[in-house]
Ligand binder design. Structure first.
Ligand code: ADP
Ligand code: MG
Length: 246
């Protein structure tokens, strides 16, 4: 369903005296995930997890250049294709709540962002993520951080997208809500949706994912099925992942 091959990302930067230089921040990221699977991407801060998500969606800053290929559902993702799929076949739970529209009631924006999902689908998602009924009438400034994150997650959950990319969707949520949200992602995957979930929570990754990729300093250092990461004979080659699992 999704195949990223040797993605690298450089940013054109201006130095003092207006000297330009290309700074390569992402060196070699490769991930792949089949339809109906959950791929958990774990990795240190700054290892390139969010940039991978933004590259697939086609929302990198304009001073970024990329190399490598991305295939989605058998189609090579060109900038035009990314725009075509963004918010439709491919949905997104961003890491930052700044992605919410400050001037629109959250119920309306969830339904709009999710391709006009029905009010009942939106309410079901809110209920599962323990958002009170009156939340749909609120504006983003009236939400706590955790509530805003649940609103973002529910948008992707009701979108009917083939691929959901969730960038650290659970921090700030109550532990019981995190459990419910993870269960929700698993159910979506079981019904055929593909999920790329960026997380710091190895426990959650082992629990709900089919596959795990570990990023370190802009490179994929491990990528294997969850079973290969648990029990004896664990497939951990890189010092970072060894430390992560200890
Ligand atoms: P994370 O794994 O924490 O999500 P990111 O993907 O956000 O990491 O960032 C990966 C690296 O790319 C970091 O070192 C970050 O500083 C760098 N980076 C991200 N955005 C930009 C940008 N617009 N310009 C230059 N460097 C950037
Ligand atoms: Mg990030």
């Amino acid at each position: 369903m999704l195949e990223v091959n040797h993605l690298s990302i450089s940013f054109l930067q201006y130095e003092k005296g207006l000297k330009q230089q290309q700074l390569k921040v992402i060196k070699d990221l490769s991930v792949s995930v089949h339809s109906g699977e959950i791929l958990a991407v774990v990795g240190s801060s700054g290892s390139g997890k969010s940039l991978l998500a933004h590259a697939i969606l086609g929302i990198l800053p304009t001073n970024a250049t990329t190399e490598g290929t991305i295939y989605f559902d058998g189609v090579k993702l060109t900038p035009e294709k990314k725009e075509e799929f963004r918010g439709k076949e491919i949905s997104f739970v961003p890491q930052s709540v700044n992605f919410l529209d400050p001037l629109m009631r959250v119920g309306t924006q969830v339904r709009n962002a999710a391709r006009g999902a029905s009010t009942s689908a939106q309410r079901k998602a809110f209920e599962r993520l323990r958002l009170a009924k009156d939340v749909e009438q609120k504006f983003p400034f009236q939400l706590s951080g955790g509530m805003a994150r649940r609103v973002l997650a529910s948008t992707a959950m009701v979108s009917g997208a083939k691929l959901i990319i969730a960038d650290e969707p659970t921090p700030g949520m109550d532990p019981t809500v995190i459990k419910e949200a993870l269960k929700y992602f698993r159910e979506l995957a079981d019904s055929g949706c593909t999920v790329l979930m960026i997380t710091h929570d190895i426990g959650a990754a082992l629990e709900i994912a089919d596959k795990i990729a570990v990023f370190y300093a802009g490179t994929t250092v491990e990528s294997a099925m969850v079973n290969d990461f648990s029990g004896d004979g664990r497939l951990l080659r890189h010092p970072y992942s060894k430390a992560l699992w200890r």
